[in-house]
Design a protein around this ligand. Structure first.
Ligand SMILES: Nc1ncnc2c1ncn2[C@@H]1O[C@H](COP(=O)(O)OP(=O)(O)O)[C@@H](O)[C@H]1O
Ligand SMILES: [Mg+2]
Length: 300
C-alpha cells in the first residue's frame, strides 16, 4: 500500500493542505455561515451533485462535463468557505457505498518553489496522490486560489523562466483533463480572487463559473446581525441593538465592504471603549457605527 492510501500521511504530500473524510461538520458549518443569495447556493449544490449522478454516464464528446466548478469574486466574499462547505454538503446529498474523501491543494506550495521542481510536484500530486484517492472512493478536491497553479501563460511569459511556467501550467491542465476523463467520481472546486490571471484553457474546462459577489444591502445586514446575535448568546442584553435605528445606519455604512470585513466590525466595536471590552454586554449600536466608519476609513 502506498503512503497516499494512509490518511495520516496524505497531508505530508507536497501541496496537500488538508485531507479528510466527508461530510465534515466543520465544513457544513462554513456553508451555513456564508450568507449569500439562496439561488447561488442552490446552483452550486445542484452542479456538484450532477457531477456524481451524471458525469460518469455521459459521453464526454457529446455532453462535455469536466468535473470543475470555479468560484470567482473579490477577496473576503466567502469563496474558500463556500468551496469547503460545498464539498461537505455534496457528500451529505449523494449516496455512496464508500465515504467521500476531501483533499485541499495548496497551490502556493506547489508554485512558489523553483518552477522546474514544481512541475514535478504537480505531476506527483495530481498524477499519483489524487489519482489513487479518486480510484478508491468519491473525491472532492479544492484548488484554492487556483490562479497560482493555472497561471495565465501569456501574462507570465515576461517572468524570468517562461519555459518552466509553460511546462508547469501545461502539466496542470493535462493532468486535470486526464483525471477528469478517467475518474467520474472526482470533482474539482476551484476558487480565484483574480480570474483574469487564470489560463483560458482552464476557464474553458470549468462546467460552471459562479461569481460570489460582495454582500448586497440585505446581505450586509444579515452578516452584521449574525455577529450581534453571536454576542447576544453570551450577553442577551445586546440583542436590543438590532431594533435601534443606529444599527440600520451601521448596516448601510457596510455597503461595499466584503463579508470578512463586516464580520470584524463587532470585535472592533468592542474595542472602541475600554468599558465595553471589560463588559461586552454594554455594547451599543453607536459603537458598531463608529467601528464601521473606522474600518471604512482604514480600507481607504
Ligand atoms: N457573504 C458572507 N456572509 C457571511 N460571512 C462571510 C461572507 N463572506 C465572507 N464571510 C466571512 O469572511 C471570512 C473569510 O471568508 P473566505 O471564505 O476566506 O473568503 P474568500 O475565500 O472569498 O477570501 C469567513 O469567516 C466568512 O465566514
Ligand atoms: Mg479564499
Amino acid at each position: 500500500m502506498t503512503s497516499a492510501n494512509q490518511p495520516g500521511t496524505l497531508t505530508d504530500a507536497q501541496g496537500v493542505l488538508d485531507a479528510r473524510e466527508l461530510p465534515s461538520p466543520e465544513f457544513s458549518a462554513l456553508w451555513e455561515a456564508v450568507l449569500v443569495p439562496r439561488d447561488l447556493k442552490d446552483r452550486l449544490i445542484s452542479q456538484a451533485i450532477l457531477n456524481f449522478t451524471l458525469r460518469g454516464r455521459l459521453d464526454r464528446a457529446t455532453v462535455p462535463l469536466h468535473g470543475v466548478i470555479l468560484l470567482v469574486g473579490p477577496p473576503g466574499t466567502g469563496k474558500t468557505s463556500l468551496a469547503r462547505g460545498l464539498a461537505s454538503r455534496t457528500a451529505e446529498s449523494v449516496e455512496s457505498e464508500r465515504p467521500f474523501r476531501y483533499i485541499e491543494v495548496e497551490p502556493h506550495a506547489l508554485a512558489s518553489a523553483a518552477l522546474g521542481r514544481s512541475q514535478q510536484a504537480v505531476r506527483q500530486l495530481l498524477g499519483s496522490v489524487i489519482a489513487e484517492q479518486a480510484a478508491a472512493a468519491p473525491l472532492i478536491v479544492v484548488l484554492d486560489e487556483v490562479e497560482t497553479l493555472a497561471a495565465d501563460r501569456t501574462k507570465l511569459s515576461m517572468e524570468t523562466n517562461p519555459i518552466d511556467v509553460h511546462r508547469a501550467t501545461d502539466a496542470v491542465l493535462a493532468q486535470l483533463d486526464h483525471l477528469a476523463a478517467r475518474y467520474p467520481n472526482l470533482l474539482f472546486i476551484a476558487t480565484s480572487n483574480f480570474p483574469d490571471a487564470i489560463d483560458e484553457a482552464f476557464l474553458s474546462r470549468a462546467d460552471s463559473i459562479e461569481v460570489v459577489p460582495l454582500p448586497d444591502d440585505d446581505g450586509c445586514r444579515r452578516i452584521l446581525a449574525d455577529t450581534v446575535l453571536a454576542l447576544a448568546a453570551l450577553y442577551p442584553e445586546v440583542a436590543g441593538i438590532l431594533d435601534d435605528p443606529v444599527f440600520d445606519e451601521a448596516c448601510r455604512q457596510c455597503r461595499g465592504m466584503d463579508g470578512r470585513r463586516i464580520r470584524k466590525v463587532l470585535v472592533s466595536a468592542c474595542t472602541q471603549d475600554k468599558h465595553v471590552a471589560i463588559a461586552p454586554g454594554k455594547l451599543t449600536a453607536a459603537h458598531l457605527l463608529a467601528a464601521v466608519r473606522a474600518l471604512r476609513h482604514s480600507a481607504g
